[in-house]
Design a protein around this ligand. Sequence first.
Ligand code: ADP
Ligand code: ASP
Ligand code: MG
Length: 421
Amino acid sequence: MARIVVKFGGTSMANIERIRHSARHVKREIEAGNQVTVVVSAMSGKTNELVGWVNEGSKLHDAREYDAVVASGEQVTAGLMAIVLSEMGVQSRSFAGWQVPIHTDDSHGAARITGIDPTELDKRMNEGWVPVVTGFQGISPHGRITTLGRGGSDTSAVAVAAAVGADRCDIYTDVDGVYTTDPRIVPKAQRMTKISFEEMLEMASLGAKVLMIRSVEMAMAHKVRLTVRSSFDDPDAPQIGPDGRPGVPGTLVCDEDEIMEKQIVSGVTLAKAEAKITLRDVKDSPGVAAAIFGTLADKGIIVDMIVQNIADDGATTDITFTVPDSEYEKAVKALESNGGRFEYARLSGSRGGAKVSVVGVGMRSHAGVAASMFKALADKGINIQLITTSEIKTSVLIDEEYAELAVRALHTYYGLDRKDA
Ligand code: ADP
Ligand code: ASP
Ligand code: MG
C-alpha cells in the first residue's frame, strides 16, 4: 500500500466529463489498495475570469477581497470531485483550505504555506475515504482566505504530500510529463524520464509553467517524490513507468544522484513579456545600486536580469535590468520620482523582450556552453540584448519576435530534438 497525493490541474477539471475521467485515476489507485488525497485546481479559465471580475470591480481592490473571490473556483471543483467520486462508489469529502487547515502567512495573493495540520486528512485516509482539498488557497493568521499565487495548486499538493508523509505526489496535467522544452512551441520536444529538482527549479523559474516554482522548492526541501503525468491517459490502462517496467507513467522529478546520465543541456525555456530599462550615467558610488533596486523593491516590483557596466570615466556607469512588461510603467514612475535617492542622466526602456534560457546540471563541469549558445543564436541572425548565467543555466534577452525561432534553434543545436520527429 502506498499513500499518494494526486493533483489535477485546470484542464483536468474543465467540466464534469473531465472531472469524471480524472476521478477514474483516483478510483484505480484506491482499488490497488492505496490511500489517496486529491488536490484540485479550478476549471481551466475560471481563475482568469474571477481575476477579471475583481479588476472590473475596482483596479484598486483590497487584496483580501481578491482572495475571497479568486479562491472560489477551487471550492466548486473540490465539491464536484467529491460528488463524482462518491457516485463511483469511492467515499469522498471535500475540504476548503481553512477546513484542513492549511495555514499561510497573510501576504494575500502570494501567500506562503506555514503549516498544514494532517490530522483530519490522516483520519479520513485511514478510514478509506478520499479527502479532496482545494488547491491554491489557505487561511491567514487572521482567519481570512488567502491564495498562493497563480499556478499555486501544485504547491498545495506538494505541501499536503509532505504533511501527510505521502510516498509520492502525482501531478496530473494536460501533458504526459516534463519535456525538454514547451511541446506547444517545439513539437520535436522530448519527454524526460527523470529531471533533477535543481534543473526543474531553474526550468520553472525560467518560464516552464508545467510546475510552479514554489512546489519544486518544497518538494526538494521535503524530499517529496514528484511525478508529472497526463490525466488524459486511459485510467484503466496498465501503469507502465518511463523505463518500460510497471510503475508511474510520466516524468519523475528527483534528486540529482538518481540521474545517471547528466546532460550538458537538458532543457530550453522561454519567458515572454519582459521589459528592459536602462539608466544612463548613474553616479558610480557605493550604495547606488542598493538605492535603485531598493526603490523598485519598495513598490513590490520584481527585477530579473541585471547588467552594470564599468564606468569609463570612473564617475558614472550605465545599469540595465528587466522587469515584467506589466510592471514597466510602475517601475519607470518609481525611478523617475525617486525622491533624490540616486541620480542618473537618462532613462530609456522598451517592452516586448523574451528571455530564452538553456538549463542543465552538466554545465557545472563543462566549459563553453554560453559561447555555443551565442553562436547558435548568431547563426540565425538573432541579436542578444542581455545575458545572465548561473551554475546550471545561461539566459539571454532577445526581441520577442524571435523567441520561438530561438527556442527551436537551441533545441536542435543541443541535440534535444526527438529522433523520430
Ligand atoms: P495545469 O492546469 O494542469 O496546472 P499548466 O497549464 O499550469 O497545467 O501546465 C501545463 C502546461 O505547461 C503544458 O500544457 C505545456 O504547454 C506547458 N509547458 C511549458 N513548458 C513545459 C515543459 N518543459 N514540459 C511540459 N510542459 C510544459
Ligand atoms: N486556479 C489557480 C490558477 O489558475 C491555481 C492553479 O491552477 O494552480 O492560477
Ligand atoms: Mg499549473
